[in-house]
Design a protein around this ligand. Structure first.
Ligand SMILES: *[C@@H]1O[C@H](CO)[C@@H](O)[C@H](O)[C@H]1NC(C)=O
Ligand SMILES: *[C@@H]1O[C@H](CO)[C@@H](O)[C@H](O)[C@H]1NC(C)=O
Ligand SMILES: *[C@@H]1O[C@H](CO)[C@@H](O)[C@H](O)[C@H]1NC(C)=O
Ligand SMILES: *[C@@H]1O[C@H](CO)[C@@H](O)[C@H](O)[C@H]1NC(C)=O
Length: 427
């Protein structure tokens, strides 16, 4: 009878433990990078205060429906370095390896730059981080940040421009207009230097169109006061390695940096947020949605319904099916960090509070632009049953383990208490 009591105690104890630990939420942050891998939307690093840069990895589980007030957060294996203002993208060769490129990579728990590597690989299947060997790496790329990578279908990563902050946040920085190219099939690095006709660009968005054209929107020059014209859009052809400029007509869109962009299936780039600066401080944060039609090269302002997301800058955005998912960022010039997520249904430009998995399987390919990966995952709702059963079995296993630990520790007159380690979490 006493054993039954113990078992019951540990079923309840471990259920509470499971809920407390596994429903942990990330602290508010900005300047993280993000990448969609199947049904997981990953976030890498970020700053949680003006002095703390984290090496945390979190992901949102998009395999089932949820209310945006309780996002399904999970933590994953921490990065070897803390990172802000870096960029990440998903291997188009295996669809499971994430490349984390550049940013202000820091030795964990210090403000010192890490010069171990400028590129890390994350195997999302095994949660292992490695620093790959890169052939012909250009050391002038070290400490490059505030840029966005895209990867083409052949495994070539393109990183335009960005900023080199040197070894200190306050040091005079150098901004670039070069194109760094990493071929992940050979791990060969090359740098294409540009003529003066291509503007230096920092804190822009980069979106790869199915035609192989990369569209660079907004951003700034060497100086934060020097924002780029949103109607003069530099484009790079990944097939011919040539630049040109598209003059966009339609609505006038205010210049900005640190906004987000996602590409919809019908060839529209939806941008959100971003900011203007006074010196290097944020002075204004945008909350408008603007859409660039990449066929007519026309900007338009859709009429949007639902409860809008707040102004956001230095946030992340990804397209998953018909949803644009925004996460983290700065909500104003003074309130610098949030951990909220916001979702726009891009089919009717409606802000929604519930993420609903479409019931039907849609094999159509969709592309996201902030992090640049693609997915054609579709889950049917019966998988929820297996998750439920899985958790149930997990609780029973935990109860048994807990009972054994309790018995053993009890012998040593030591009572196990709920820990705080995430490592004990079932994943
Ligand atoms: C989502 O959660 C919020 C806060 O708990 C609640 O007010 C809202 O009604 C929920 N939305 C839906 C669609 O369930
Ligand atoms: C990766 O994803 C793309 C697009 O969904 C698909 O065409 C390709 O076959 C996938 N490759 C692998 C190795 O899974
Ligand atoms: C390395 O990058 C710098 C900065 O863009 C460039 O000036 C230099 O030519 C590059 N070196 C090589 C070998 O490509
Ligand atoms: C920029 O910041 C300075 C110092 O905080 C302030 O005096 C000035 O008015 C600001 N300028 C603008 C255009 O906001």
């Amino acid at each position: 009878m006493k054993s039954l009591y113990y078992i019951l105690f540990f079923v309840i104890f471990n259920s509470v433990y499971f809920l407390v630990i596994c429903q942990n939420v990330p602290s508010p942050r900005r300047e993280q990078s993000s990448t969609l891998v199947g049904t997981r939307l990953y976030f890498f690093g970020g700053s949680i205060s003006s002095t703390i840069i984290v090496n945390e990895v979190w992901y949102l589980d998009l395999s089932s429906s949820f209310n945006i007030s309780t996002p399904p957060w999970h933590s994953d294996a921490a990065m070897p370095v803390g990172d802000i203002f870096g960029t990440s993208c998903l291997s188009s060769i295996d669809n499971s390896t994430v490349f984390l490129i550049g940013g202000r990579m820091r030795i964990v728990n210090t403000r010192n730059f890490s010069y171990t590597s400028s590129v890390y690989k994350f195997d999302s299947k095994t949660s292992l981080w490695t620093a790959p060997t890169i052939n012909n790496f250009n050391y002038s790329f070290q400490a490059r940040n505030e840029m966005q990578a895209v990867i083409d279908n052949y495994g070539k990563i393109f990183v335009f421009g960005g900023n080199n902050q040197g070894n200190d946040d306050n040091i005079t920085s150098t901004a670039y207009n070069d194109m760094s190219i990493l071929d992940i099939t050979t791990m060969f690095w090359s740098t294409q230097t540009q003529s003066q006709s291509v503007l230096i660009n920092v804190d822009y968005t980069a979106t790869l169109l199915p035609s192989g054209i990369i569209v660079y929107i907004g951003g700034r020059g060497s100086n934060t006061a020097n924002l780029n014209d949103m109607s003069q859009i530099p484009i790079f052809d990944t097939k011919s390695y040539t630049w040109s400029t598209k003059s966009a007509s339609g609505s006038i869109i205010a210049s900005r940096a640190d906004h987000s962009a996602v590409l919809t299936q019908d060839g529209n780039i939806i941008i959100y947020g971003g900011s203007t600066f006074n010196s290097s401080q944020i002075s204004y944060v945008f909350s408008d949605i603007a859409v660039l039609n990449t066929t007519s090269w026309e900007w338009f302002l859709p009429s949007v319904s639902g409860t809008s997301a707040p102004p956001l800058s230095h946030h992340s955005a990804a397209l998953y099916k018909n949803y644009m998912i925004l996460a983290f960022g700065a909500t104003s010039a003074t309130n610098l960090y949030t951990n909220k997520i916001y979702i726009l249904d891009t089919q009717n430009y409606t802000w929604v509070t519930t993420f609903n998995i479409p019931a039907t399987t849609n094999p159509a390919k969709q592309t996201q632009s902030n992090g640049n990966s693609s997915t054609d995952q579709a889950k049917n709702s019966s998988s929820n049953l297996y998750i439920g059963v899985g958790i149930g079995v997990g609780v029973v296993i935990l109860a048994v383990i807990g009972f054994i630990i309790y018995k053993n520790r009890h012998k040593e007159e030591f009572i196990a208490t709920p820990g705080t380690s995430k490592d004990d979490c079932i994943r």
